[in-house]
Design a protein around this ligand. Structure first.
Ligand code: FES
Length: 84
């Protein structure tokens, strides 16, 4: 049985200094609000090697760069719409 889609946020130091902490809080809240917690497995990840363009998020087999607090909602709407 499928465990759901995985979404990983980089928790490396460069992405941290670019604000991934606020993005993590937003994503957790978004998953809860949209009842997606059982469909999306959200985890922290080690450095993805794209440090200068972070914060970085890995989902649907691609790395999305520049995941800032201002962009995150739009990204989640697009990437997770099929799970709603
Ligand atoms: S610290 Fe996030 S990609 Fe390197």
């Amino acid at each position: 049985m499928s465990q759901g889609t995985e979404m990983h946020i980089c928790l490396g130091s460069s992405c941290f200094s670019r604000g991934n902490k606020d993005v993590v809080i937003f994503i957790r809240d978004y998953l809860k609000r949209n009842h997606l917690e059982d469909k999306i497995v959200f985890k922290g990840a080690r450095c993805m090697g794209h440090c200068s363009n972070g914060p970085n998020l890995w989902i649907n087999d691609e790395i999305i760069e520049g995941v800032t607090i201002t962009r995150i909602e739009g990204i989640l709407e697009k990437e997770l719409s099929k799970y709603k």
